[in-house]
Design a protein around this ligand. Structure first.
Ligand SMILES: [Fe+2]
Length: 233
């Protein structure tokens, strides 16, 4: 299935089984289960307490929330999604993300989740992601982003921060500090929205991975925006 407005690295399916079974290869590194959800996810976000930083909501706390019927329906979906992803041998978490600019790591270039990045792992795995409330995560066509170490201005900044020569030690530094997992977007990049409700499986970078990982980022939100509630594994 294809959908207008998405770059060719994205494929679409219409059920969880197809999503889970989808094997990345060729140019596809993101697959999306397009779906419409019923229920009031906003009610869940509203009854959750204020949080200072990204906070994982545990299942007991979710189950204990006093909700109206539409909120309970949304909670059933959240619980079902967590279970479906857990059944893939993963440990998904339901995260509540406070609105606002978020935390930036120190260093010459950004290395936080709101910067273009790829997820990485030591063994084959995929990332599952669904945004239920607030602004959704975004992806970018792989051809439209350059890894930080391959972007001359970023590399010069990083080398200055490193304070040594552009040698093996510098390359180790880039990798150990995860700068090689962060990217700069090119002009006129094809950026796509994950949108609310759709459940995504995106490719990570691991030894022997079949293709380029899916480059993505968390949205930057204003302090007045609704908090984000998302499933992430
Ligand atoms: Fe990520």
């Amino acid at each position: 299935m294809a959908l207008n407005g998405y770059p060719p690295n994205v494929a679409f399916v219409d059920n969880f089984e197809s999503l889970a079974a989808y094997e990345f290869g060729g140019e596809i590194n993101a697959v999306c289960w397009i779906r419409e959800l019923t229920g009031d996810f906003g009610e869940i976000e509203r009854v959750l307490p204020p949080v200072e930083d990204i906070t994982s909501i545990d299942r007991e706390d979710l189950a204990a929330l006093a909700l109206r019927a539409a909120g309970r329906l949304a909670r059933d979906t959240l619980t079902g999604d967590l279970e479906s992803v857990s059944n893939q041998g993963l440990q998904p978490s339901l995260d509540l993300v406070p609105s606002g600019p978020g935390r930036r790591n120190p260093g010459p270039v950004r290395t936080d989740v709101a910067d273009w990045h790829a997820d990485s792992a030591n063994a084959p795995t995929d990332t599952y992601l669904c945004t239920y409330t607030g602004a959704s995560s975004q992806g970018i066509a792989p051809q439209d982003a350059v890894a930080r170490p391959d972007d001359p201005p970023s590399r010069a900044q990083l080398l200055q921060f490193y304070g040594g020569n552009d040698d093996e030690g510098f390359r180790t530094f880039l990798s150990e500090q995860f700068y090689d997992l962060h990217y700069v977007e090119k002009a006129n990049a094809r950026i796509f929205e994950f949108k609310q409700a759709h459940l995504w499986k995106i490719a990570t970078k691991y030894p022997g991975c079949p293709g380029p990982p899916c480059i993505h980022r968390a949205p930057t939100t204003s302090p007045a925006a609704p908090r984000r509630l998302l499933l992430i594994s």
